[in-house]
Design a protein around this ligand. Structure first.
Ligand SMILES: Nc1ncnc2c1ncn2[C@@H]1O[C@H](COP(=O)(O)OP(=O)(O)OP(=O)(O)O)[C@@H](O)[C@H]1O
Length: 723
């Protein structure tokens, strides 16, 4: 059978004729190969064909091929695609790196007579679960309960340190905002090894121990090296250092390694992914072949061209040129609303005008965006699907606090409820003072008893008399107004801001939670209806994962949308501080580009999910505060409508040079995003974006893109304040 017939036959069978690069990737079976695959470029199709080719044409035993995937879901997906493409061939081993590491560790420790116990995932002794252990250690070191957000951050920090293979003396180089994180990590590692003959291991230890096993036990390594003649790793842009190290050792003899990746879709560096490894691939494997699969089969010309130009602003990448032979359809749409509410109303209107919701996705940066969307969709009678809905919002302590403040309104004599929130009233109550209330039970309100028996200081008496008055009239107010009163008049917001300073919580996130609660409360008549609405929403979001095959619109974060595709995609809440995030922007100001480049990649992942329709949505005001549209929104706007920007530039060329201003900014080095400047014609504004050649300034009246050289040459802008 000739080569020609292999590809032709497969074309007849599955209806896909591989393009030239795809064919080359199939045929390059020997030696290291880095296959850089643009989104929608037929990566999975090519990998499966390559495996089939190895078996059918090169007579490789299926058991001698190992395909390592990033997740169990993609292992399953590949297995199914392989069976569909090659129904007559014996199965190939598609599995995650963790399952490979698990086998290695089991054998390695068994040989040493050491037993082990897994403390992550489903385990026998829940009290030894990683999260429980970390909770206890946090308490021991900080004398406080850890929040769920902090626990997540701590776990990520530990994973990062382990996956980067950092030695102990370098652990402190990794930043973590959780108090005493480094000490917790040290104690956690010691705790797991307290009994050397019975180790406690988490998922990260599986990887580091497997790597160590290959380093120390040469016989074991040789056994695994001889087990597979061909290795393939998928989604390799998300692979961590320890995972790369394991693979490197496995293929050391034959070097038959096919690494499939898209460095432009690397969005997990915060979870230890090492896209730099791909950029250094030739240093590690000098004989490597690098192929670029750049033809996109998913999206229209407009979407592919815009996304392709957008990603080129990143510098640390392989310079690929994604293209498509698909049809033209419509430009990428950009919508900027005055108010946040208008964005939601617009989406609902759009969805009501189409019947098929299954093909539509609404994508956002943060999970918080889903709450208001879910609420509005539910009101409009539109079903939605969420793969990994985040229930943390509903269980969040801020939400529980607000509900407890409200509960107290229905029975102001309840000490048990008061005890849950006493420290959240601005008034510095001590446990002992509250204890006095408990020790003097009566039908009187907790406030009266507190004032009578609590030995309060003068200022506390004054405060709690005010609070008592607020509670007496609280039922006259709407639930939204009640939340406002809790925030402002009971001093809750002041208390949580103090907590943020003391405990390193994310203030912005907590305020956002309160704002979201106010939006939900808007539609409720009273506090009971508000609590019910919250419960209903929680239930709805929990159950939304069962709507996958219904006529339901998909709600997803950009991260979780990776690998998915939809006819229509709405990217929402595109504002500065969200995407790019505040941290991305701060890093950028300090000259660090890694995080803003990752934000660009994340945005790119979102854009490339769309097949025919892509809309980017932003707004200028949210919860009565001014916000700025995302820098990426403008980047896309200038790609989609370059002529509009040219008009703006033309306007400024007319300015006369003789009006020279000695205080003006004269050099490009003085420009940075966030600077407050005064423009000679347009007045005060903030630099919101800065690209080579132009700057974008948000003036009070509107936003303008100005030619940088004109501003500098003619002394048009001067510095007002730097922050
Ligand atoms: N050579 C080709 N000719 C026509 N269609 C193709 C070709 N290669 C792939 N496709 C089609 O492109 C679509 C995407 O392919 P596939 O799922 O393999 O992409 P992918 O690169 O794995 O996507 P992702 O961006 O999710 O990584 C599929 O419908 C596939 O049939």
């Amino acid at each position: 059978m000739s080569l020609h017939t292999f590809f032709d036959r497969k074309e007849d069978e599955i209806g896909v004729k591989l393009n030239d690069v795809q064919q080359e990737a199939v045929l390059t079976t020997e030696g290291p190969l880095l296959l850089l695959a643009s989104p929608g470029s037929g990566k999975t199709t090519t990998i499966i064909m390559r495996i089939g080719y190895l078996i059918e044409k090169k007579a490789v035993e299926p058991t001698r091929i190992k395909a390592v995937t990033f997740s169990r879901a993609s292992a399953l997906d590949m297995k199914e695609r392989y069976q569909a493409f090659f129904p007559k061939l014996a199965p190939v081993d598609f599995s995650t790196i963790h399952s490979l590491a698990f086998q290695v560790v089991r054998e390695y420790l068994y040989k040493q007579g050491v037993t082990y116990e897994l403390i992550e995932g489903e385990i026998d002794r829940p009290q030894f679960h990683k999260r429980m252990v970390l909770r206890d250690l946090f308490m021991q070191l900080n004398d406080e309960h850890i929040t769920d957000d902090q626990l997540d951050e701590l776990s990520t920090y530990i994973s990062l340190v382990k996956n980067k293979l950092l030695p102990e003396e370098k652990w402190q180089t990794v930043e973590c905002d959780v108090p005493a994180a480094l000490d917790i990590l040290k104690r956690y590692e010691a705790f797991k090894q307290e009994a050397p003959a019975h180790l406690l291991v988490d998922f990260d230890d599986m990887l580091t121990t497997a790597n160590e096993a290959f380093e120390n036990d040469h016989k074991l390594l040789a056994k695994y090296q001889q087990q597979y003649d061909y290795l393939l790793t998928d989604e390799s842009q998300d692979t961590s250092m320890v995972q790369h190290a394991i693979i490197e050792k496995l293929v050391r003899q034959h070097q038959n390694l096919c690494v499939v990746a898209d460095d432009d879709q690397s969005i997990y560096t915060w979870r230890a992914a090492e896209p730099q490894y791909l950029l250094d691939f030739k240093k590690i494997y000098p004989n490597a072949t690098i192929l670029m699969m750049e033809q996109n089969y998913r999206s229209t010309k407009e979407i592919v061209q815009t996304a392709n130009q957008f990603i080129k602003q990143n510098k640390n990448r392989y310079d690929k040129h994604m293209f498509t032979e698909n049809r033209s359809h419509e430009k990428v749409q950009l919508k900027s609303f005055t108010l946040y509410d208008e964005q939601v109303e617009y989406i609902i209107k759009q969805l009501k005008s189409v019947n098929n919701h299954h093909d539509v996705a609404i994508l956002y940066r943060n999970n918080g965006s889903s709450i208001i969307l879910a609420d509005a969709l539910n009101e409009a009678g539109i079903s939605f699907y969420m793969k990994d809905q985040d229930q943390r919002f509903f269980n969040h302590w801020v939400v529980q606090d607000i509900l407890n403040f409200m509960r107290l309104a229905y029975d102001v004599s309840r000490v048990d409820v008061f005890e849950r929130v006493y420290s959240k009233f601005y008034g510095f109550l001590s446990k002992q003072q509250v204890e006095q209330v408990r020790q003097n039970p009566s039908q009187q309100s907790v406030f009266e008893r507190l004032i009578k028996y609590g030995h309060l200081k003068d200022f506390q008496v004054k405060k709690f008399k005010q609070y008592q008055l607020i509670y007496q009239n609280i039922h006259d107010y709407s639930p939204k107004e009640v939340i406002r009163q809790i925030r402002k008049d009971l001093g809750y917001e002041k208390v949580i801001k103090d907590m943020c300073k003391r405990l390193g919580f994310n203030e912005e996130g907590l305020i956002e939670t309160l704002n979201l609660l106010e939006v939900i409360a808007e539609k409720a008549e009273d506090m009971i209806a508000f609590a019910r609405r919250l419960l209903h929403l929680e239930q709805l979001m929990k159950e939304s994962k069962f709507n996958k095959h219904q006529n339901a619109v998909t709600l997803s974060t950009f991260h979780s949308a990776k690998g998915l595709e939809f006819q229509s995609v709405y990217m929402v809440d595109l504002i500065q501080g969200v995407i790019p995030s505040r941290t991305d922007l701060e890093d950028f100001k300090e000259g660090k580009v890694a995080s803003i480049e990752e934000a660009v990649r994340l945005f790119y992942v979102g854009m490339t999910r769309a097949e025919t329709k892509l809309e980017l949505l932003t707004y200028e005001r949210k919860y009565n505060a001014k916000v700025q549209p995302s820098k990426f929104y403008f980047d896309v706007a200038s790609l989609v409508n370059p002529s509009e920007n040219r008009q703006v530039k033309k306007q400024h060329v007319a300015v006369k040079k003789k009006q020279y201003n000695p205080n003006a900014i004269q050099s490009e080095d003085e420009i940075s995003v966030g600077l407050i400047v005064k423009h000679r014609v347009f007045g005060k504004g903030e630099i919101v974006d800065y690209m080579s050649g132009s700057i974008m300034i948000q003036f009070e009246s509107d936003l303008k893109e100005l030619a940088l050289s004109t501003c500098l040459d003619y002394g048009l802008i001067e510095l007002v304040k730097n922050y």
